[in-house]
Design a protein around this ligand. Structure first.
Ligand code: NI
Ligand code: MN
Length: 227
């Protein structure tokens, strides 16, 4: 399994010959280097309905004839826009041709503003992908929650992508506590620096996680990690 960071919360996962894009916020993302029209993928997974996660999902999914995997509400929204979808919900898992996906809780919102109205797109989620003997956890946007301990107990996480940008999600101290609860083999910070309000230095996160005996790695935009 290979995961490539595309900026903010966007991660491309490549496994079993399939390409899965999580939270493809590319157009309007000041740190993104990939254009939505250049994305090749088989699946798009969306953690929640906020614009910086739903992003270019509809355009990308339609251009690739890819399947959108998301909670029922986000999936239904994408279906109404013409996408192939596979709706799921929190606590549920499903085996796809590339591996097993399970949606976890995330403490956050999921409203999308469109045409001056707010559309509420269900509960936000975290994402667990199990494939090829590896486990990837993408926390989506969330505050710290103690059930991360349960997620860590029930999944031997190889890599955890965790938001550290504060304001909308966990900040550094809470994300370090999240790593303690999850006990992943490696932690990667996401959801920071994209905008002024989340302009957080990731180095203290790396240092504090390393002090707890767990590997942590900053991925530059476009950089990959082999899992
Ligand atoms: Ni959000
Ligand atoms: Mn966000």
């Amino acid at each position: 399994m290979k995961a490539t960071f595309w900026g903010h919360s966007c991660v491309l996962v490549e496994v079993k010959g399939k390409r899965i894009v999580i939270d493809p916020f590319l157009s309007g993302n000041p740190v993104a280097k990939t254009k939505p029209e250049n994305v090749k993928c088989d699946y798009v997974i969306i953690s929640h309905g906020h614009r910086d996660h739903l992003g270019d999902a509809v355009q990308i999914a339609k251009a690739n004839d890819a399947t959108v995997i998301a909670n029922f509400e986000v999936a239904s929204y994408c279906e109404m826009k013409g996408c192939n979808v596979h709706p799921m919900h929190i606590g549920g898992a499903h085996k796809f041709d590339f591996g097993r996906v399970k949606l976890t809780i995330a403490h956050h919102g999921s409203g999308l503003i469109e045409d001056g109205k707010i559309i509420y797109l269900g509960n936000p989620a975290g994402i667990i992908i199990q494939s090829d003997g590896k486990v990837l956890y993408h926390a989506g946007d969330t505050g710290l929650f103690y059930d991360m301990k349960l997620i860590g107990e029930m999944n031997k996480i190889d890599v955890a992508f965790l938001p550290i940008g504060d304001n909308f999600t966990m900040g550094v101290d809470d994300a370090v506590k999240a790593v303690e609860l999850l006990q992943p083999r490696k932690a990667v910070p996401i959801h920071y620096k994209t905008f002024d309000v989340i302009d957080v230095d990731p180095v203290p996160f790396i240092t504090q996680v390393a002090a707890r005996g767990i590997a942590a790695q900053i991925l530059e935009v476009g950089q990959s990690v082999e899992i």
